[in-house]
Design a protein around this ligand. Structure first.
Ligand SMILES: [Fe+2]
Length: 293
């Protein structure tokens, strides 16, 4: 089964730091991704900007606080506010992360790794079904970056992600930077990951930059996309060149033109015009740097 997401082309994350400049020029990208929680339940200037841009290009909504892997009940208030925002924005699609975010009512404000077991697979799939029923639409789930693994895990990450998409009939937001970060931190081949994902389930791609921390890579979204991630993007695009792609940059946000330069490079790579310096097959193996819980 495929996820039905139109190919919107290439976009950037909509950030308040760029509102003013974006408002003064023609929209320089094909679409924006907006962080859902920044607009849910609000009526302020940021929402006004979002709705203005929505009149010009498609918007997709990307959440960080759904808590699809949590054990607490799904928040009715959260789903209500998200559904109301969806009604206002009419996004091309809605996404969040395959992660858990808190327990017993406490929010960690982080995207925490799920134990990749049959039990948690069933748990997540039940919750995806409830969310999709509540919103009346399919969602996409993103593979998060992780820095720890649970002992006794039964399922490789790419198989777990694929199984959630297949069983819950949702889409995948494939963050290729997160694939590379996890491959480095946990010591697997990122091409095995990409080749293990059904591209027809992938509705969107994220590209971002990480920070090298010596023993591990940290997914900071504070740097340009790295060469190994460009190589992996080229490899995936060679098999499936029709996936909407977004440049994520959330910390030390650069001038708009620097962000757009990354987006234009992604366009060139996806068209096959970009000559990657290194071969993707030469990236791995990477040392394992993760912690086993
Ligand atoms: Fe991402």
């Amino acid at each position: 089964m495929a996820i039905h997401c139109a190919n919107l082309g290439h976009g950037i994350g909509l950030r308040a730091a760029h509102f003013k400049e974006l408002a003064e020029r023609p929209v320089p990208c094909q679409w924006f991704e907006a962080t859902s929680e920044n607009y849910m339940g609000t009526r302020g200037e940021a929402l006004a900007h979002l709705l203005k841009f929505r009149r010009e290009v498609p918007i997709v909504l990307h959440g960080v606080a759904l808590g699809i892997g949590n054990t607490d009940p799904l928040s009715r208030r959260y789903l209500h506010d998200l559904k109301a925002l969806i009604g206002q924005v009419q996004p091309a699609w809605v996404s969040d992360h395959l992660a858990w975010t808190g327990v017993n009512g406490e929010n960690s404000h982080d995207l925490l790794p799920l134990p990749r077991t049959q039990e948690s697979l069933r748990h997540v799939c039940r919750r995806v079904a409830r969310v999709q029923d509540s919103l009346g639409r399919q969602i996409l789930l993103e593979n998060p970056s992780t820095y720890a693994e649970f002992s006794g895990e039964q399922i490789p990450e790419w198989e777990f992600l694929s199984a959630v998409a297949d069983r819950a009939d949702c889409g995948i937001l494939l963050d290729i930077n997160n694939v590379y970060v996890n491959a480095y931190n946990h010591g697997f081949d990122p091409l095995t990951y990409l080749n293990g994902i059904d591209p027809l389930r992938v509705g969107q791609i994220h590209l971002a930059g990480y920070t090298e921390c010596g023993t591990h890579l940290l997914d900071t979204h504070a740097h340009p996309v790295s060469q190994p991630v460009w190589d992996l993007y080229q490899s995936f695009s060679a098999r499936h060149p029709e996936v909407s792609t977004l440049i994520e940059w959330d910390d030390k946000i650069p001038p708009l033109d620097s962000l757009l330069a990354q987006m234009h490079r992604a366009q060139a790579v996806q068209r096959g015009a970009w000559r990657c310096v290194s071969r993707a097959s030469a990236i791995m193996p990477c040392p394992a740097a993760s912690v086993h819980l």
